[in-house]
Structure formats: structure tokens, C-alpha cells
Design a binder for this molecule. Structure first.
Ligand SMILES: [Zn+2]
Length: 153
């Protein structure tokens, strides 16, 4: 009986480790945020001109050209909500308008695998300042949140 209990506890510990590992943020290849936990991955990246680029990747983080996906985004800026439409450009989907001014607001990215598919919503807290640790924009920061005190936000 004792042995069985031990085995169960061990597999639980393994499971916990696997989950913790999976939750670690994946660095977006363009410098953006990977909003998905599982492939196909979706990257939210804000260009210098503040247009949003949504890119797709397979499980090995190889770029996948969008094929019929429909993306829209709602920027919940302090000045009011702005809905962004996206068009295909250079193997990704790019917003037709820039993000509203300022930062510190939420952007909800809505991805449909096809025009008829149910939308999947991904929330991004848009902060454009650069993280001192990973040197990525704050919204795309990949620092381990579990590190806690070594991070000042
Ligand atoms: Zn960071």
C-alpha cells in the first residue's frame, strides 16, 4: 500500500513539473507575445508604427502562412475602444490601422480559423516600455513570473 501511495505522489509531482514547464512563456520570434498555449501558435506583435502584426507558427515555432484565418482586435484604450481589422501581408495578418495612443490598456485579439469558425479570444495587456531583464517590450515579456521579487512589475 505504501509503495502505491509513493508512486501516485511521484506521478503527481511529475505532472506538476510538466504543467509548470508548459506555462513558461514562449518568446515570439518577431519580438511579440505568443498568446497561445498550444500549436498552432499565434503571435501578437506591435510594429514601430503601432500597427499590429498577427503571425502563426506550428508546434516547432516554424512560421505558417495564414490560410483563411480571420483576425480582428479590440484595443480597450483609455480614449475609447477601437476595433482593428487585419489584412494578409508578408505571410502574416497586419492591422489596417495603428493602435490608439498611449499604453497600459488591454487588447483583445479575436482569431477565427475560418470565416465561419467560432472565434477564440486572446487578451494582451499592452505595455510598450522595454523590460530591463529580457529586453523585450513589456507586453511580450518572457521573464519567469514565478521569479516574483526579482521583477519589479
Ligand atoms: Zn522581461
Amino acid at each position: 500500500m505504501k509503495t502505491i501511495r509513493k508512486i501516485i505522489l511521484t506521478s503527481f509531482a511529475r505532472l506538476a513539473t510538466a504543467v509548470a514547464f508548459a506555462a513558461k512563456p514562449i518568446p515570439g520570434p518577431k519580438g511579440g507575445k505568443i498568446v497561445t498555449a498550444e500549436a498552432p501558435h499565434v503571435e501578437f506583435f506591435v510594429e514601430k508604427d503601432r500597427s499590429v502584426i498577427v503571425s502563426f507558427y506550428d508546434k516547432d515555432m516554424k512560421p505558417v502562412t495564414p490560410a483563411g484565418q480571420v483576425v480582428s482586435a479590440v484595443a480597450e484604450a483609455k480614449t475609447g475602444k477601437v476595433t482593428l481589422a487585419f489584412t494578409a501581408k508578408d505571410g502574416a495578418l497586419v492591422s489596417t490601422a495603428p493602435l490608439p495612443e498611449g499604453d497600459g490598456y488591454r487588447v483583445v485579439v479575436q482569431v477565427r480559423d475560418t470565416a465561419e469558425a467560432r472565434p477564440k479570444n486572446y487578451r494582451v495587456e499592452f505595455h510598450e516600455e522595454v523590460c530591463g531583464e529580457c529586453k523585450r517590450a513589456e507586453y511580450a515579456c518572457i521573464c519567469d513570473e514565478a521569479g516574483g521579487d526579482k521583477h519589479d512589475h
